[in-house]
Every structure is written in structure tokens, then in C-alpha cells.
Design a protein around this ligand. Structure first.
Ligand code: CTP
Ligand code: MG
Length: 335
């Protein structure tokens, strides 16, 4: 295998910038779609607050973190401060309330890893998952959104990587490949490591935002409007970065030894995390540390078979970006 191979980027990489940007732009959701999401959220707030006046609804996931491509479903977290609360009982009750309104396909999935109620709103055509008190997801959504505000190249890169992952069938956690959340963290980390860096490490700066959730202290610098020119000394454009991203994951990442960590802004060793061997179902074949739940490896879904699929896809993408005459098409060809 060609690990740690560094090759020079193709000479005509800049020529690819405009077509990749055009694809990025075609993926941005229209304002109209966002308005519909708001409309559904407002409706849900009304229904929920009738029964639980102290409850609050938060958007999380791609509709709240600014990495949502068009036609995304929305993820909603119902937060309620009640130590006696039983999530399952609450979700069953919630499903009952929603069923008696105008919503369709209401279903309580109480046995999932994260129990949720699913529904579809026939007025806006939007589907939605509601979970209870998954506040950590709301906070990590804010972290991702704040990173996106610092440099526009993060959003461009993450959209193209997500689009590639969906086209190539490697964005399926139940099949052992990675979540969109994991891919966005990989993009952030990649931009933290550019030279000069394009993104800072917000968790290593003076905290201007701090909350404690499930006994985890989440603190970071969130005055991101002050960081707008952080990456200005680096003038790499999107095609070069996309090339670099796949080149890194195809040939440079040290899979047996390294853990990527957005929280530190640099690479950790597996020994430091005690992620060197298989524990239960966690194999740690590709290691991506969650920024807050630091014992959580987002690569834990990856198994012996799917690591091979993933690495072959990274290599395919790197190869296309290096040599293909028309990478803007070939890269996203369905598998
Ligand atoms: N999440 C998490 N831990 C995970 C996976 C997801 O905390 N292991 C939370 C994150 O807050 C993430 C949200 O769940 O933003 C939704 O995850 P995912 O569906 O992977 O990302 P989306 O951004 O919603 O992507 P998509 O557009 O593919 O729906
Ligand atoms: Mg989602």
C-alpha cells in the first residue's frame, strides 16, 4: 500500500476551481427551504409547549450547523429540565400529541441508540426526527456552525466531501462507513493543519462560551466574527484543498497509530487514548475523536470490511483529483 506518499499536486489544479465551486453552489439550500424548516419548527413548538410549557426545541444536525445540503431532513432536540423524566414515556406521549395534529407518519422509535419520534409534515413536505435531551448534539452543532463562520472554505470543502460520500455510498453508519458529522470533523481538522492554518482550534482558545452537559464541560471561543481573517495568509483554493483532503486520507494518514482531534487541533497517538486494541465492538481502525465526548471514537462503526471500502474510496478520489481529465464529474459518479 502507498502510505505516506507525498506527490506534487497536478499543475492545472486551479482550472478546477470554478467547476467545483459551481457544484458547491448547486448544493446550497434555497432560502425558501429554510423558511419552511422554521415554519415546521414553530408548529412543533406550539404543540409541544401546550403539554410541556417549560420545554424548548432546538435544531441540531445539518439544518443547524450550516452543513445542510438541499432537501435535508431536520433534526430537533426537545430539551426539558426534569430529573424524573423518562425519555421513553415522554416520546410515546409526544408521538400521541403529534398524531392528533395534522402530521403524518408519526412513529416513536424508542429502542434506537438515540430514541426518537419521526414525522412528516404534509404542509412543508419536510421530514423530522425529534429526540429528547440530547443537549450535547446541540452544543456540537454550535461548534461546527461557529467553525463554518470563520472561513468560507470549510463549508465548500465539507459540502463537496459530503456530496462525494453520499454519491459513493460511504455515508452509511449502519453499513460501517462514516456519519456526516465525522466527515465534517475530518474537514475541520484538515483545515486546522494546513500551513499556514485556515482554521484555529476554538477549544484551545480563551473560552467565551461554556456549558456543562451530562457532566461534560464544553467550553470554547465563540466570538468568531473576530476571526474572519484568520485564514487570510493561506490562499489555497477549494480545488487544491479537496485534492489535499483526499491525498491526506489516501496516502498520508497513519491509520495504525493516529487519532485526529479537533479539540486539540493536532494529531494524537492511539496509545494516549488507549484506543490500540479492540474493545467490544470498537475496533478503532480509523480514529476520529468527538470534540466533547472525548471517549467517543466516531470511527467506531468502521469494521474490517468497511475500512477497506473507505480507504479504497479515498484512494480512488485522490487518484481522480490527481489524474482524471474531468474530476468534477468522475469524482461523484454513483458507485
Ligand atoms: N451526532 C453526534 N454524534 C454522532 C453522530 C451525530 O453527536 N456520532 C449529532 C451531531 O450533532 C450531528 C447530528 O447528530 O450534527 C446529525 O448527525 P448526522 O446526520 O451525521 O449529520 P448531518 O449534519 O445532519 O448530516 P446529513 O446532512 O447527512 O443529515
Ligand atoms: Mg441529519
Amino acid at each position: 500500500r502507498n502510505t505516506r506518499r507525498t506527490i506534487e499536486c497536478r499543475k492545472d489544479i486551479d482550472r478546477l476551481d470554478a467547476p467545483f465551486l459551481a457544484i458547491y453552489e448547486s448544493l446550497i439550500p434555497a432560502e425558501e427551504e429554510k423558511a419552511k424548516q422554521k415554519q415546521l419548527l414553530t408548529l412543533l413548538e406550539k404543540l409541544v409547549c401546550k403539554h410541556w410549557p417549560k420545554a424548548k426545541l432546538y435544531l441540531y444536525g445539518s439544518c443547524g450547523n450550516s452543513f445542510g445540503v438541499l432537501k435535508s431532513d431536520i433534526d430537533v432536540c426537545l430539551a426539558i429540565d426534569d430529573p424524573y423524566l423518562n425519555k421513553v414515556v415522554m416520546l410515546v406521549k409526544l408521538a400521541e400529541i403529534l398524531k392528533s395534529s395534522n402530521l403524518q407518519d408519526v412513529q416513536a422509535l424508542t429502542r434506537a441508540r438515540v430514541p426518537i419520534v419521526k414525522l412528516m409534515d404534509p404542509v412543508t413536505g419536510i421530514s423530522c426526527d425529534i429526540c429528547v435531551n440530547n443537549v450535547l448534539a446541540v452544543v456540537n452543532t454550535k461548534l461546527l456552525r461557529d467553525y463554518a463562520e470563520i472561513d468560507g472554505r470549510l463549508r465548500q470543502l465539507a459540502f463537496l466531501v459530503k456530496h462525494w460520500a453520499k454519491s459513493r455510498g460511504v455515508n452509511e453508519t449502519y453499513q460501517g462507513t462514516l456519519s456526516s458529522y465525522a466527515y465534517v470533523l475530518m474537514c475541520i481538522h484538515f483545515l486546522q493543519l494546513r500551513n499556514p492554518p485556515i482554521l484555529p482550534c476554538l477549544q484551545r482558545m480563551k473560552a467565551t462560551y461554556a456549558v456543562t452537559v451530562d457532566n461534560i464541560e464544553c467550553a470554547f471561543f465563540d466570538e468568531v466574527e473576530k476571526l474572519r481573517d484568520f485564514g487570510a495568509r493561506n490562499n489555497e483554493n477549494i480545488s487544491k484543498l479537496l485534492w489535499g483532503f483526499f491525498h491526506y486520507w489516501a496516502y498520508c494518514h497513519d491509520y495504525p497509530n493516529h487519532v485526529i482531534s479537533v479539540r486539540h487541533g493536532y494529531i494524537l497517538r492511539k496509545q494516549e487514548k488507549d484506543w490500540t486494541r479492540r474493545v467490544g465492538n470498537d475496533r478503532h481502525l480509523i480514529c476520529i475523536e468527538d470534540p466533547f465526548e472525548t471517549s467517543h471514537d466516531l470511527g467506531r462503526v468502521v469494521d474490517k470490511r468497511s475500512i477497506k471500502v473507505l480507504r479504497e474510496e479515498f484512494e480512488r478520489a485522490a487518484e481522480i483529483l490527481q489524474n482524471d481529465p474531468n474530476p468534477c464529474v468522475t469524482l461523484f459518479e454513483p458507485y
